[in-house]
Structure formats: C-alpha cells, structure tokens
Design a protein around this ligand. Structure first.
Ligand code: SF4
Length: 256
C-alpha cells in the first residue's frame, strides 16, 4: 500500500509524540493479554530492582568472569570491567556475586507501532508498520539524542512494562504490524530481550530489525544476525563519532 509523504510525516510525528509509551497501544496490548489494566508491579516505580526475586532478572549472554567476583562484559566494544554489585556503562546490566545480569529483559519502556520508513527502511515491507520497542539505557551518549528521556536513564528511573518475547510477537500480530523493531535506544544493550523476541516472532512471520548505531558487534552479532532480517545504521552525534569510528574500525564495518 503506497503512503503519501504527508501521511508518512504525520504518522512519524504522531509516533514521535507517542515514543514515551504509546499509551493507547499499550492499553490495547494489555487488555488483549487478559489484564484489565496495567498489571500490578509493571510500573518501575513499584519494582524493587535490587531484589533477588526480580522477575525480570536474566543472566547476560556475553561476559566472562574475572578474579575477585569481577566480570568483563563482552556485549559491546566498551567491554566494561565491573566489580560486584556495580553496573556497566549502559546502566542496565549488573554484576551480582560474580554473575552478570540484564535488568531489562521483558521490560520495555517504549512501545509503539511505527511506519517502517521511520526505522528507516524504504524497500522492506514498504507501507507497513513495525511493532517498535525499547528499554531504558544506552551504551553511548549522543549530544542531541532525541530519546534521551529513556536512553540516558536506568530502568528504575523510567516507567516500564512487563511484556515477554511471546507477548510482543502476539501483540505485533494483533496490531497488524508486519515486523518487530528494536529501536529508540541502542538495542544492543537489551540484546537478550531482542534475541528472544526475534526468535518468538519468526514462527508468526514477523521479521525483526534493529535500528542500531553500530549494527555489527564482533562478539555478539554472529549469534543474533540470523534472527534479524534487516539492520539499519544510524549516524551518531558529534560526541559519539570518535567512539563510533573506533568501533567500526575494530569490527571492520563502515559507518553511514
Ligand atoms: S553492553 Fe553495557 S555493560 Fe556491556 S560493554 Fe556495553 S556498555 Fe558495558
């Protein structure tokens, strides 16, 4: 279905305004999943992130253990070395007793149905919408980040929802979204959630895409790549350019 430039811009502006949560879509998604309203405990303000019973806690996929309960995260080129009870630069991964955890699995803070052209993809399922999600946190600090309200905050500092990968895949179908997008913040920081959701979306013919600043990560990309259909590269700000240059040089991928 062709979409006029005016319609695209209008929908883009609406989706920008809805970035913080996309309340209507969130309400629909939760109503369909059997919750009469937002489920208890979903709002991060009421969640004890430090508790061992955190339902969102999931061991990180890429890290190595060091001495004295320290770990080295191997998810992105920052390769943070983290002492016990500390977090990495992105603020969403925490060392607990020498085991490294992601705190944002199944914990999106932004949900919306965006035109796929906003990802930006022009020749992949044109004219359709992508079920778009993000979590709090980011591994870079672009000076003019338009999504700083989520990217520069930790999960306990923003309002979150609880949506499992399976619920995301179902919601994409119910919202007539032809694909699932990991976007708004740098999606590598919620890698495990992205990976599991991409796998959950495949049987439902909902291909996944990552709108990433640096789409290739030498350690983690090979495992994720088969699950993602397209990946797009977005230029970072002046502040992130030296970092991007180093990263893209180190992994052999030209930035755009
Ligand atoms: S993903 Fe986060 S914790 Fe891991 S290396 Fe990158 S910034 Fe550090």
């Amino acid at each position: 279905m062709a979409r006029s430039r005016r319609e695209f811009l209008t929908r883009g502006l609406i989706s920008l305004g809805a970035l913080s949560l996309g309340p209507e879509i969130v309400t629909r998604v939760f109503q369909r999943s059997g919750h009469p309203s937002l489920p208890h405990g979903v709002d991060a303000a009421g969640i004890e992130l430090k508790g061992q019973n955190d339902p969102f806690l999931k061991e990180a996929m890429f890290y190595k253990k060091l001495d004295n309960l320290r770990i080295e995260c191997q998810l992105c080129p920052r390769k943070c070395r983290i002492a016990d009870l500390e977090r990495g630069y992105c603020g969403v991964r925490e060392n607990r007793d020498g085991t490294y955890y992601t705190l944002v699995h199944s914990r999106p803070c932004s949900i919306n149905a965006d035109p796929i052209e906003k990802k930006p993809l022009f020749h992949f399922l044109p004219g359709t919408t992508a079920f778009s999600i993000a979590t709090a946190g980011c591994n870079i600090e672009c000076l003019f980040c338009q999504n700083w309200q989520i990217s520069q905050f930790r999960p306990e500092q923003v309002k979150n929802y609880h949506l499992t990968p399976g619920q995301i895949a179902n919601a994409a179908v119910q919202e007539a979204c032809r694909s699932i997008a990991y976007t708004y913040s740098e999606p590598v920081i919620f890698y495990e959630y992205m990976y599991d959701t991409a796998i959950a979306g495949n049987p439902k013919k909902r291909p996944s895409m990552a709108a990433a600043t640096v789409p290739e990560y030498s350690t983690s990309s090979p495992r994720l790549a088969p699950e993602l259909t397209p990946a797009t590269t977005i230029s970072g700000s002046t502040s992130s350019k030296p970092v991007m240059a180093r990263w893209t040089q180190s992994v052999g991928v030209p930035s755009t």
